[in-house]
Design a protein. Structure first.
Length: 168
């Protein structure tokens, strides 16, 4: 069978066996005396590699008594390193938060001082006698005459009465 005829054969499709690898025909020039020495076209030409499925579901790792101790040591070292790293960063973070709070408190103090100054100016404006007289004139308020004033408590006030049982 010639080499090229080997490539043209197709395996039957209804076969249950996997297809076998096919040999590639050599395209090398054949010397007339090449029939006496049979050399492969390239090294390893006659090797075939097949891929077989491997099922490792039943394989169990061998128990290593030192592995558990090593794992716990690594975990302890990791936790210790994390605590040390956090401990080193904590004072700087606290200073940063405290500085931010101080800055906010200074801004709030400045705003409160400004608000107090505005309220004092407003109070001074409202308690000025000239301003009060001007407001009274615009609202047509007048001072009452002395005979128009009535006192709600007479001269003998009940609070001054010592004859009551509560007064001693």
């Amino acid at each position: 069978m010639p080499a090229f005829a080997y490539l043209t054969q197709q395996p039957p499709q209804h076969s249950l066996r996997p297809a076998q690898p096919q040999r590639v025909a050599s395209t090398r020039f054949r010397h007339p005396f090449a029939g006496s020495r049979k050399l492969p076209a390239f090294p390893g030409e006659d090797l075939f590699f097949e891929v077989k499925p491997v099922d490792n579901s039943m394989v169990v790792r061998a128990d290593d008594p030192h592995q558990r101790r090593t794992s716990w040591r690594a975990l302890g070292a990791l936790i210790s390193g994390t605590l040390i790293f956090t401990g080193l960063l904590l004072p700087g973070a606290y200073r940063m938060v405290a500085g931010k709070q101080i800055h906010q408190l200074r801004e709030e103090q400045e705003n409160l001082r400004r608000e107090i100054a505005e309220l004092r100016a407003l109070e001074a404006n409202h308690t000025n006698l000239k301003k009060l007289e001007e407001v009274a004139r615009t609202q047509e308020l007048i001072d009452p005459a002395p005979e128009m004033v009535q006192h709600l408590t007479p001269k003998g006030s009940y609070a001054m009465n010592n004859n009551l049982p509560s007064g001693k």
